[in-house]
Design a binder for this molecule. Sequence first.
Ligand SMILES: O=P(O)(O)OC[C@H]1O[C@](O)(COP(=O)(O)O)[C@@H](O)[C@@H]1O
Ligand SMILES: [Mg+2]
Ligand SMILES: [Mg+2]
Length: 336
Amino acid sequence: MSRISLTQYLVEQQREHGHIPAQLRLLIEVVARACKRIAISVNKGALGEVLGSAGSENVQGEVQKKLDIISNEVLIEANEWGGHLAAMASEEMDSIHVVPNRYPQGEYLLLFDPLDGSSNIDVNVSIGTIFSVLRKVNNQRGISEEDFLQPGKQQAAAGYCVYGPQTTLVLTVGRGVAMFTLDREQGSWVLTAEDVQIPEDTKEFAINMSNMRHWDDPVKRYIDECLAGKEGPRGKDFNMRWVASMVADVHRILTRGGIFMYPWDKREPDKPGKLRLMYEANPMAFLVEQAGGMATNGRQRVMDLVPSKLHERVSVVLGSKNEVQRVTGYHLEAGQ
Ligand SMILES: O=P(O)(O)OC[C@H]1O[C@](O)(COP(=O)(O)O)[C@@H](O)[C@@H]1O
Ligand SMILES: [Mg+2]
Ligand SMILES: [Mg+2]
């Protein structure tokens, strides 16, 4: 079997199909290289200085793990001098990082959750890196945070790398979804799945059930109906999975279908949700839609939302189309 590398795949997307410009191809290659370096740190575990807390907090008041900071640095350092970017934004940084003048400037903006699933680092469960690429729209002035506040439908590319039993990079440039598995001996990303499709129906849901008492009625109704199984209105038994790393939960859904929800809840009513629109929801929504699935905040398509701030939070319902439609319908019926 002939093996297609990430580079070959991207060159084909650029030269033969004209789907992406050279600058975007090179940018994605730099991100993929950074993910390889992060994978090496992840794999060191207790043998390296990578486990445990860093003793600091990010802008969202979350305690940072050492690996959150290491991954953030790896991504900044790798991308800074690549010449494809104007600026970067990260879950772990208060404000945007403009590419310094001493480096060549590019026309793209890169956003990332450098390490997703931080609570799973020390317990050796799958974690990942999520990224999103936007174009710099305004070229008349210097770069500012405002340039990043674009709806997800304007993403030029998005993807994630999951550091699990296998290290897998999942990518979309707006022409379907492709998966690449890291061949550690060769040090290369090998194309292992193309035209990924999420089944429209599913019998598997992912939600943090411990928050049940705080949910809104439409979410409660949907989960209650799933739990009622064969004897209930759905007439079938459902299974539940919750890894607590969005990358791993979404990876399962891209692989075998399912629905993932992190809804608004009553604990902090002013907070739209736990997950971040720009670093988590948008890139995952782009991938899921490209694989034939659907992603909403319970009412609207995630990728239509216009962010008003960089670290904006959002409620997320994504995965198999018919289930996401059902949950969204329940919200709309309830007038919420
Ligand atoms: O702790 P909970 O409620 O299970 O939340 C898990 C969710 O939080 C996240 O870990 C947030 O990501 P970070 O680790 O990047 O903060 C998601 O990946 C995951 O879906
Ligand atoms: Mg995250
Ligand atoms: Mg994170």
